[in-house]
Design a binder for this molecule. Structure first.
Ligand code: 13P
Ligand code: SF4
Length: 311
């Protein structure tokens, strides 16, 4: 075993020990690196993380992900202490619209329903009617009957929902995920030319011209399920954590069935959480205990509760 691998194993052992001593639970998004997902108690997409947190018995939660994920846990389970090991890990898309702008829109369009992707700040969630995740967006929007739906902030996820539900009148905001929006149709066509035997699975945060080339469009968890079941090789268009995690579980088939497209796909915010930041958090030397103003929390909880009910 290399010295580096050995160091990783030792750090992971230390985390397991500290976690037990502190009575903490570790949640990790699937975009985290394999060394983080290996020490997590729950690994999942945004919907899984939000829906499982309230039932946990542990009072301390370490959220290996980005800020809105830690905020969502705090909104749903305020009695828990929720730590973000890398306090600067934010999602740029979460702030691509201001709460004031949403409020103004609602005043001008009183008959519309505001749907917010869960990748938003607590202040934005407090202004909207219902939250969605990539895995629940179609199901939830299909249940909304208002004449107009404002979908914030991701224009690509909103456009995907509109395509699946042509009868809905969806107004799109101009936000996007810099990672998924960076995948181009040319990237997919080049990967298909290189691996003509493969099928293509992409995240709905990708541009419409990219989703149009895909055999499957789904959330992080759905892509993993699809790749695991696929008899054919799969070209995957989402953050590299999905591919790295898959390959680390499927030892021996490295690079054989799964291709990341394009290879540069990397969310630098998701990768700010490291074993060292988790150790520092558990030792009380780092991380941030995330707080949400109580008035804001109660308002924001309504939209997450609506998501959990409808999704
Ligand atoms: P999901 O976890 O819903 O697939 O979303 C992906 C994402 O970009 C999270 O930041
Ligand atoms: Fe935000 Fe995109 Fe990173 Fe997810 S992958 S945290 S949406 S920037």
């Amino acid at each position: 075993m290399s010295a580096e691998k050995n160091g990783i194993k030792e750090k992971q052992e230390l985390i397991r020990k500290l976690k037990k001593e502190k009575g903490a639970v570790i949640l990790a998004h699937t975009y985290q690196s394999p060394e983080i997902t290996e020490i997590a108690d729950i690994v999942g997409d945004s919907f899984a993380l939000a829906s499982k947190c309230a039932a946990l018995s542990e009072k301390t939660v370490i959220m290996c992900g980005v800020r809105f994920m830690a905020e969502s846990v705090k909104i749903l389970a305020p009695e828990k202490e929720v730590f973000l090991p890398a306090p600067s890990a934010t999602c740029p898309m979460a702030e691509m619209i201001s709460p004031e702008r949403v409020h103004e829109y609602k005043m001008q369009h009183p008959d519309s329903t505001v749907v917010a992707y869960i990748n938003t700040t607590a202040a934005l969630k407090a202004e909207c009617d219902v939250c969605v995740t990539s895995s629940s967006a179609v199901k939830i929007v299909s249940q909304i009957s208002s004449p107009e739906i404002l979908f914030i902030p991701d224009k690509n996820l909103g456009a995907y929902v509109q395509k699946v539900l042509p009868d809905k009148n969806i107004v799109l905001w101009d936000g996007f995920c810099p990672v998924h929006n960076g995948i181009t149709a040319e990237d997919i066509l080049a990967a298909k030319a290189k691996h003509p035997e493969a099928c293509v699975a992409v995240h709905p945060e990708c541009r419409p011209e990219v989703t149009a080339l895909a055999d499957m469009i789904g959330s992080t968890a759905a892509i993993i399920k699809y790749a695991e079941a696929s008899e054919k090789p799969v070209i995957i268009g989402t953050e590299r954590g999905v591919v790295d995690g898959f390959l680390s579980r499927e030892k021996g088939s490295e690079g054989k069935y799964i291709y990341l497209c394009p290879e540069r796909l990397f969310c630098r915010n998701m990768k700010k959480t490291t074993l060292d930041t988790v150790i520092d958090t558990l030792e009380g030397k780092g991380g941030e205990s995330v707080t949400v103003d109580e008035e804001l929390r109660i308002k924001a909880k309504k939209s997450i509760d609506a998501m959990l009910r409808m999704g």
